[in-house]
Design a protein around this ligand. Sequence first.
Ligand SMILES: Cc1cc2nc3c(=O)[nH]c(=O)nc-3n(C[C@H](O)[C@H](O)[C@H](O)COP(=O)(O)OP(=O)(O)OC[C@H]3O[C@@H](n4cnc5c(N)ncnc54)[C@H](O)[C@@H]3O)c2cc1C
Length: 281
Amino acid sequence: LVGIHSYRIYPCRGEYHVLDKNCSNLVSMLIYPVPPLESGGLGVHLTPTVHGNLMLGPSAEYISDKDDFSTSREIMEELIKEAKEMVPKIEKASVIRSFAGIRPKLVPKGKAFADFVIKEEEKVEKFINLVGIESPGLTAAPAIAKMVVELIKEKRELKRKKVFKARRKRQRRFYELNDAERKKLVKKDKRYAEIICRCELVTRKEIIDAWKNPLGARSLNSIKLRTRAGMGRCQGSFCLPRILEVLEEEFGFEALNLTLSCDDSRLFSDYSRKSLGKDES
Ligand SMILES: Cc1cc2nc3c(=O)[nH]c(=O)nc-3n(C[C@H](O)[C@H](O)[C@H](O)COP(=O)(O)OP(=O)(O)OC[C@H]3O[C@@H](n4cnc5c(N)ncnc54)[C@H](O)[C@@H]3O)c2cc1C
């Protein structure tokens, strides 16, 4: 990156499992084990999410490819085994989704931890490098941001933008509302009455809003991240065709152009009925 080759990253993959919401009553707070020695992580812990799921993980696996986000059955079983030691009622069948993240470690397995690197590079003026921001990088993010601001201030004057808003009012989702609030919305706009994702109670109006937003969703994953459609127990098997219908009906969007994420990851190659027709003719 920008000609700086003095850092070596030791990728350490961590897999997580998301459990169905029917496990939410098993745990009411975060549960951590005593961190295992030299594991590279805090050990498998249980995290109730703000959306009512339970997450378990992460694993800590040093790998050679920093872009390998794959998950495996072996690690899944290992995580379940460790989680069961804390909460025996946890079952493999409750896992609805697995994913992995990569910790950018600055030291190899077995070595003591290395602190984050946050500095302006001598070789490249005005380039502030943030290296090895592994756990607890998320927790530390506000403090890191302040530190970077201070580094910039050392070199140039900074003025706060007049339009800067430190807090943004969070949009409440349909599923978070009580019956009276839902009725009010439905009265205002009938499109709130049509449920597109049954597991996460996402309405047609919310899908439309996500697409129409100035920073609009343009892929299935973007819709998912903005609305939670497809994040529930069935993982999108019910709502994917419904989302397509909404996009076609509301925006004339061609289903074949839908991608999984914002690249060329097209989900469909053709219409099966249409191609059948062509073959027959
Ligand atoms: C398994 C695991 C467990 C963790 N547990 C915790 C924890 O319990 N507590 C905690 O505080 N932290 C935890 N962390 C660490 C935390 O997730 C990271 O420190 C934090 O996400 C780092 O934030 P970031 O913004 O620096 O990088 P990222 O969150 O990685 O964000 C970088 C973004 O840049 C995008 N990007 C990359 N290249 C480009 C490009 N060329 N152009 C445009 N965009 C690009 C990426 O897609 C990504 O969205 C954990 C990490 C892992 C992997």
